[in-house]
Design a protein around this ligand. Sequence first.
Ligand code: GGG
Length: 348
Amino acid sequence: MLIALLPGDGIGPEVVAEAVRVLEHVAPDLRYEQAPVGGAAYKATGHPLPPETLALAKRADAILFGAVGDPACDALDRHLRPEQAILGLRKELGLFANLRPATLFPELADASALRPEIARSIDMVIVRELTGDVYFGQPRGRRTTDTGRREGFDMMRYDEDEVARIATIAFETARGRKRRLCSVDKANVLETSQLWRDVVIEVGARYPDVALEHMYVDNAAMQLVRAPGHFDVIVTGNLFGDILSDQASMCAGSIGMLPSAALGAGGPGLYEPIHGSAPDIAGQGKANPLATILSAAMLLRHSLGRAAEADRIEAAVAAALAGGARSADLGGSHSTREIGDRVLAALA
Ligand code: GGG
């Protein structure tokens, strides 16, 4: 089995290196090929997603992705910015479903932005749609109006098939859990959200065993900090999911803890920490590699069907945390490498 390694920018290479050490320990038969992506690829080739990188991603059995984003690229045209690489991979590979589990490891209750007794109730999966919404809608761009004012615009757009397929993934995910699904939208204001709500209800008719509720995104943001235990599975669009999952991560201790899987209809899945490239701490060995290590566990489970190895990694992360492993984001001083060492020690 071939794993494409796309470490990317900032702390991406540091956290991917630790995840690979862990994968090599639990699944020594896997093969790896690495390619540049994001700002690193732009600097090397003039494009954030070079054809060779895309070709590797397409022929791999799964992709382990680090992070993209580089302040040195801030002035570039949008099409050349590092973030276009991850958007391009999702689109090219048809990776429309993003599973973002937000679970609190009990040892991290004190690291949560919430009071520990509230934080302990967090156990949810956010199902974020990944290939639609304002991220991809057309038209988009900049123009100067007749009166000489500069204007920027992005089209928020979903069609019913895009909503139906992500809703189906969300209902199936809920079926494998506590059978509660909260669909998050802004249907009191947005046309796209009204369509979203209609289609989710239609798909829900096939899942009478799953309790479906609808929530406006502003209320969902509030409920995530007031009563996170209310949520089992959340399904939402690309933009709302991006924002809510970062919020959920801080409730679960740190953005350095949340893994994700981007899945489509066949083809390789892409696995990445939800955090970005964190250029302020890049190269200093301060980054928390656990989100990437947990993403590697998701890779084993979802793309390779190797649940036993995935379970071992997750248990080792829990054991490392129970043994006091703490990077700076969790209030500790262990380096990226030391956290990797502690997970490996728990696996031994
Ligand atoms: N590992 C996540 C990452 O690199 N995030 C940077 C980013 O801009 N992502 C866009 C998105 O997730 O929609």
